[in-house]
Design a protein around this ligand. Structure first.
Ligand SMILES: Cc1ncc(C[n+]2csc(CCOP(=O)(O)OP(=O)(O)O)c2C)c(N)n1
Ligand code: SF4
Length: 280
C-alpha cells in the first residue's frame, strides 16, 4: 500500500541504513511533512548534507539533493542559494559535521544571514565512524575516545548560532514531532539564516555506552527531562534560563530567536544599486 508521502521519498533506495531506534528517520518525516504543508512548490526545495549517518537523509528524499564532504554542506548550500535565490535550500547534518569540521562555516553563514535552513541532528556523538567524542558530548559522556567520560566543555548550539546572528533558532527533540514540523515550516518561510537543533537518539553508539541501549530508553529520557520554555529570547540576550545540556540533565526546548534582518542577498543587491548609480 502506498503512503501519501511516498512521492517525497526515493522508495527504491529503501530500506534505509539507520539502526533501530535511531532518530534520523523521524526528522526526515518531519521535514517532508513540513514541505508538504508549506504550500511552496516541491521543485523549489533542495537539500544538502555533509557526511555521517545524518548525511544519508537527502539520499532518501525525493528532491534535488546533494551529499557533500564532511563539514562542507553550508558552503555548498550557500553557492546554490547565490546562484538561484528562488531555491529553498535546507541542510540536514550532524553535530560533528556542522560544529567540528564545518564549525567555521556555520558561524559565518549565520553572521552573513545567508538564507538557509540548517537542521542539525544532535545525537551527542560521531555516530557513523564508531562513536567518537563530539563537540556536543555532555561532560561525563562515555564515548569510544572518552572511555572515562568526556571532560571537554560542549558547545551549546542554540547559544552559538543565536550569538552568530541567526534570525530563527529553535531546539526540539525527536519526541516533539509536531513542534519540530512546525519549526521547520516556520524556518522555510523565514528570510535569512535559520537553525533548528534536534536532539536525537543514537542508541547504537551513544546510548549503549551511556546506560540507554534502546531507542525507547532515550525517548523516555526526552519525555522526562525536556522542558518547553516560551520566555527565552536569545536575540535580546535573555540567556539566563537556557542552561547547557548536562549528562542526563534537563533539555530546554523551544523557539529562542525569531527576528528579521536583511539577508546576504539583500545587502548584495543594495550594493549593486549603489555601485551602478555611482558609475553612471
Ligand atoms: C573530511 C572528513 N573527515 C572525516 C571524515 C570521517 N567521518 C565520517 S562520518 C564522521 C562523523 C560524523 O558525525 P556527525 O556529523 O555527528 O554525524 P552522525 O554520524 O552522528 O549522524 C566522520 C568524522 C570524513 N568522512 N571526511
Ligand atoms: S549509529 Fe547512531 S546515528 Fe548512526 S544510524 Fe545508528 S543509531 Fe543512527
Amino acid at each position: 500500500m502506498n503512503h501519501p508521502m511516498d512521492h517525497l521519498l526515493r522508495t527504491d533506495r529503501l530500506p534505509h541504513i539507520w539502526c533501530p531506534g535511531c532518530g534520523i528517520g523521524t526528522i526526515v518525516s518531519c521535514c517532508i511533512r513540513a514541505i508538504e504543508e508549506s504550500g511552496i512548490p516541491e521543485e523549489q526545495f533542495v537539500t544538502v548534507s555533509g557526511i555521517g549517518c545524518t548525511s544519508r537523509a537527502p539520499g532518501y528524499i525525493n528532491l534535488d539533493s546533494f551529499h557533500t564532504t564532511h563539514g562542507r554542506a553550508i558552503p555548498f548550500a550557500t553557492g546554490l542559494k547565490l546562484a538561484n535565490s528562488r531555491l529553498k535550500v535546507f541542510i540536514l547534518a550532524g553535530d560533528g559535521d556542522l560544529f567540528a569540521i564545518g564549525g567555521n562555516h556555520i558561524i559565518h553563514a549565520a553572521r552573513r544571514n545567508v538564507e538557509l535552513v540548517v537542521i542539525c541532528v544532535n545525537n551527542f556523538i560521531y555516530g557513523m565512524t564508531g562513536g567518537q567524542v563530539a563537540p556536543t558530548t555532555p561532560v561525563g559522556g562515555i564515548t569510544s575516545t572518552s572511555p572515562y567520560g568526556n571532560f571537554e566543555h560542549p558547545f551549546n548550539l542554540v547559544y552559538l548560532t543565536a550569538a552568530a546572528g541567526a534570525v530563527y533558532v529553535a531546539r526540539w527533540t525527536t519526541l516533539h514531532v509536531h513542534q519540530l514540523k512546525r519549526a521547520i515550516g516556520e524556518a522555510f518561510n523565514k528570510r535569512g539564516f535559520s537553525f533548528i537543533e534536534v536532539i536525537s537518539p543514537c542508541p547504537t553508539e551513544y546510548g549503549r555506552k551511556n546506560r540507554k541501549a534502546r531507542g525507547i530508553d532515550i525517548m523516555k529520557y526526552f519525555k522526562e527531562k525536556s522542558v518547553i520554555k516560551r520566555d527565552i529570547d536569545l536575540s535580546t540576550g535573555s540567556f539566563g534560563k537556557l542552561t547547557d545540556i548536562k549528562l542526563d540533565g534537563e533539555i530546554v526546548c523551544g523557539k529562542f530567536v525569531d527576528i528579521e534582518r536583511p539577508t546576504y542577498l539583500d545587502k548584495l543587491e543594495e550594493l549593486k544599486t549603489v555601485v551602478s548609480i555611482s558609475l553612471k
